[in-house]
Structures are given as C-alpha cells and as structure tokens.
Write a protein that binds this ligand. Structure first.
Ligand SMILES: *Cc1c(COP(=O)(O)O)cnc(C)c1O
Length: 406
C-alpha cells in the first residue's frame, strides 16, 4: 500500500518532528532496558478458561472474566438479539440521541443490586471513576485515597484539582490523622477488593470514619461485583450505607461499561456534571443487553462467584506450600510476588512454555520491587486446570522459587 508522503520531505506524513522522535525513542529504550516494555498479544480464541495464542493452547490465568460470562451463550444471545433490534452503535451521548430504554433498565438493575436508589452508566469503569471524582471534588477540597487504589481513581483525583492525601494501604488510623488536617469538603475513596493485591478494604471502619467527620465515602467494586455476591457494599452490615458505589460491567459481568450507584440527587448531579458521561458516546445496545443477561445469570447461579473464590483459595494454599510468596485472596485474585521485574518476567515465560498464560505485572502498575504474577481464577476453570498450574509452578527453576526479598 502507498503511504501518503509529505510533498517536501518525501517522508510518510506520520513522521514525527526530530525532537519528538528523539524523546519517544529515548523513553521507549529506557522502558525496554528496565524490563518494563509491554507487548500486546492477540488471542485466536474467545477468552474462555483456556485460550489459543500463536497456535498454542494456554490455561488463561490473568483474565478478569471471573465468572466466565464473556463467552456465556445467554449473554451472546442477548447481545445478538439487541444488535438485530437496535443496531450495534448508539450514535451519540446519552444527553443527545444515544439513550435507549435498555440504559435505564440496566441503571435500575444495577442500583437495585447495590441497594441504592439510582445509578449512572458510563462507557467504562475508568470513565466512571475519572468523571465522578472530577465532578464531586473541587480545588480546596481534600480526597483521602488508599495507596493501592486503581489508576482511574488516581487520575480522577488529579483531574479534580483537590488536595490529594494518600494513606498507607488499608490504614484507617493514618486516614483518620490525615482527615484531621484536611481542608474543604472531604471524600474518602477506596477499592473494595484491591486489583493488584486481591485483599479487601476495611470498609466498616472507613464508613464509621467518614460518618464521624461528614466525609463522603466512595467505594470501587470493580473486583467484587459478581464475585463476592453483589459486592461488599451489598453485604448486610453495609447495605444502603455507602453513599457512592462505583463498579464495572467489564469484569465479572463479562461485558463492558462502568457505573456509579447512589442517591437520586447524586446520580442526577453526575448526569449534569460528569464530563465523561456528558461528552462520551452512550454504551451500544448489544453491550447493555449482555450486561442485563449477566445480572440474570448472577441471580440464577450465585455459586459461580463462590467457585472462582474457592479455586483462588486452593491455588493460594498450593503455592504457599511450594514456597512462593502468594498473597491470601479475598476474592478471585492471587498475587504471587517475585520482586524484580526480570524475575516476574522469567516466571511468566517459564509458565508460558508449560501452557499457562499469567502475565507479569510490573511498576508502575505495582510498587517498585514488587513485580508479580497476578493470577485470576475463573468459575469455568476445572479442578484439573488448577492442578496443572500448581504442577507447573512446582517445576519453576529453583532461583525463582526462592521467596522474593522483602
Ligand atoms: C478495571 C478497574 C477499573 C476500570 O474499569 P474498566 O471497566 O475496565 O474501565 C476501575 N477500578 C478498578 C479497581 C479496576 O480494577
């Protein structure tokens, strides 16, 4: 194919100015040298419990499709039917002509499972966090944020212009101390299940703290919704008490989209003020229908989440027995910490040859010196899959089996 060339230089039009070329090259080289270069690989199969990549069959151990719903025939049928009926694109933002009845129905269903009065859909969880935090917080306000919160929370905090006070992971006392020194209105934000450590936030204590000080608590349920029932905020002790509940339809629900549930006042405000809602094209009909079908499956088969969690527990115990520094799972995430990025990469490569896909998670996704394999179990994994995974870990070279230096 002919690439359109610049008339004067004869270079392809996509050529970069020299200073930018040098900048991008230097940065890319540095990433490669630090073992932080990411590669993107295409699956040749659906994201089931096993996948095919480069004609190799692999046990998939790094997907957030915890319940296996992304390939569930019921979701596929619902998405197909919605595509036939409504088309594949929504064509505009919700506030223009992009909204259909399925958006409202899904918002009501999500509000109900979170024990809230209302809910706002976004195109992704990332956009839900960024748009909500930026809409709620203003310069002069303070946001207290757990050190291990997801990047979309961090970005939303930064975008808001509020004072950001980061507290050590799960440390409520440190959060309380920061709260005493904070100015303006205060929002406390935390993951419920942490994406990279797989543990849970001290939600009851954070709720008490927020209520004592009139602070607003926002909880991100991306890895809890559908895995731990309807999520941690839906459990009896917390039901109806967390004022800002964020979640995603892109993980256990097997589809795509983010949401924020809360009071009608909160949600109506976000529809007016969250720029990632206002200026973003509405989710397309097949995606909405698939998520609605996922909620039906969740109700009909609550054991799916339990199965994913049980497999995670078994994997964790097996890995501990083999001497790996696996972190205890609270949901379906089992991190195995290797320390240096190169060690995590070597482990990932060895497992890959053994037919297991578990990618290395490296800084800046996790703190320096804590590179890891973030293993995720799926309800659709068989017991034999987990046995094979443990057997493969057992065969890793001995220098990788040494626990990582603290
Ligand atoms: C994945 C994730 C998000 C973003 O959700 P997407 O729907 O993938 O954009 C937000 N918060 C946490 C904790 C996540 O793990």
């Amino acid at each position: 194919m002919m690439v359109p060339a610049d008339a004067q230089t004869g270079q392809p039009r996509s050529a970069l100015p020299t200073t930018w070329q040098a900048f991008l090259q230097t940065q890319s080289d540095a990433l490669r040298q630090a073992g932080l270069w990411r590669t993107i690989e295409s699956l040749q199969s659906p994201p089931g419990p096993t996948v095919r990549i480069q004609n190799q069959e692999l046990i998939l151990l790094c997907s957030n499709n915890y319940l296996g719903l992304a390939t569930d025939p019921r979701l596929i049928a619902a998405a197909s039917a919605a595509a036939q009926k409504f088309g594949v694109g929504s064509g505009a933002s919700r506030l223009l002509s992009g909204s259909i009845e399925l958006h409202e129905r899904l918002e009501q269903r999500l509000a109900a499972i979170k024990g809230c009065a209302d809910c706002v859909l976004f195109s992704s969880g990332y956009l839900a966090n960024v748009g909500t935090l930026a809409a709620l917080l203003q310069p002069g306000d303070t946001v207290l944020s757990d050190r291990l919160n997801h990047a979309s929370i961090i970005d939303g905090c930064r975008l808001s212009g509020a004072q950001i006070a980061v507290f050590p992971h799960r440390d409520v006392e440190a959060a309380a101390a920061l709260l005493k020194r904070s100015t303006g209105r205060v929002l406390i934000v935390t993951d419920s299940v942490f994406s990279m450590d797989g543990d849970v936030a001290p939600l009851s204590k954070l709720l008490d703290l927020s209520q004592e000080h009139g602070a607003l608590l926002m909880v991100d349920e991306a890895h809890a919704t559908g895995v731990l029932g309807h999520g941690l905020v839906a459990q009896p002790a917390l039901a109806g008490q967390v004022p800002v509940v964020m979640g995603t339809c892109s993980k256990a629900l097997g589809s795509l989209g983010g949401f924020v549930a809360g009071s009608k006042l909160l949600c109506d405000y976000l529809r007016q003020r969250a720029r990632t809602f206002f200026f973003d094209t509405a989710l397309p009909p097949p995606v909405l229908a698939a998520t609605l079908a996922a909620l039906d499956v969740l109700t009909a088969e609550p054991e799916r989440g339990q199965r994913a969690c049980q497999l995670a527990k078994r994997l964790y115990l097996g890995l501990r027995e083999l001497g790996f520094s696996a972190l205890e799972p609270s949901a379906a995430i089992v991190p195995v910490v290797f320390g240096e990025s190169t060690r995590a990469l070597a482990a990932a490569a060895a497992l890959r040859s053994a037919g297991i896909l578990a990618l290395a998670v490296r800084p800046p996704t996790v703190p320096e010196g804590t590179a890891r394999l973030r293993l995720c179990t799926m309800a659709t994994h068989t017991d034999a899959h987990i046995t094979r995974v443990l057997d493969s870990f057992a065969k890793l070279p001995s220098d990788l089996r040494r626990p990582h230096p603290p």
